[in-house]
Ligand binder design. Sequence first.
Ligand code: NAD
Length: 294
Amino acid sequence: MKVGFIGLGNMGGPMARNLATAGHEVSGFDVAAPDVEGVTPALSAAEAARDADVVITMLPNGSILRSVADQVIPAMKPGAVLCDCSTVDVDSARAVAEQAGAAGLGALDAPVSGGVGGAAAGTLTFMVGGTAEAFAKVKPLFDIMGQKAVHCGDSGAGQAAKICNNMILGVTMIATCEAFALADKLGLDRQKMFDVVSTSSGYSWSMNAYCPAPGVGPVSPADNGYRPGFAAELMLKDLRLSQQAADSADADTPMGELATRLYTEFVEREDGKGRDFSAMLPRLAARGRPAGTA
Ligand code: NAD
């Protein structure tokens, strides 16, 4: 297939390289003009998109996606599919899909989980919103860049799945960290805490697969000085998107709101920026009970 790839950063670069290595003809554009093995550099987003069967975008946020969509949609050939793999707000995903549809194009929102390691290894999971026809067309590319692609529903459903998943992740990570901090103060050994909770009803991915306590459970960023992994500021981005979506859908998400507030404090007013999101454990362990807590 001819593929246009726009946004060749930490995630997009290795994803585009994997498509080229698999034999697809990839034309790439990024404002930072990085060199990506096997990818032919284009002079603009529109040039990368012209003649492509599928245009993939991997960009920082919804407003940049909207501006790139304005550039590429008029350049794309009829019947081609615009597939956005960035994590953006549901409203931007739906607006871009509508704009593409009006121009006679297919459109998918296909955010990923798996991080930079998954992008490099081609083991990402794609959560996809859009028509079955567009999904079928792009599926062979998902199969190269990832190990799983779930068609979640109509436009916006992929972004909805992504932010609901990551809202659970943020909330369970905080709950796991505060339980470790409480266990410390109760004199309970962290290894014993892990042994019990990881096989009891408090288990979760945060405890069992990504334990925030150093030296306990499987190897995780906690064992590497809390270097990311999944940076606290990326967790905050996804939590904010969950709250933006909850506002526009009139959904009550009290735990998601509190998790957003805690990660905002951690990233913007404390030392959380550049640290893994599981560094919430040393943060909480260092604190006492706030005055006036019921
Ligand atoms: P990044 O900042 O490394 O890459 C984004 C790229 O987009 C940059 O290279 C930038 O130069 C380019 N760009 C910005 N504006 C542009 C424009 N107008 N035209 C063309 N290129 C432009 O970010 P990343 O880590 O690769 O993340 C990309 C997306 O994937 C984000 O939406 C992020 O939330 C999501 N994501 C990231 C991870 C992760 O672990 N890094 C995991 C899952 C999802």
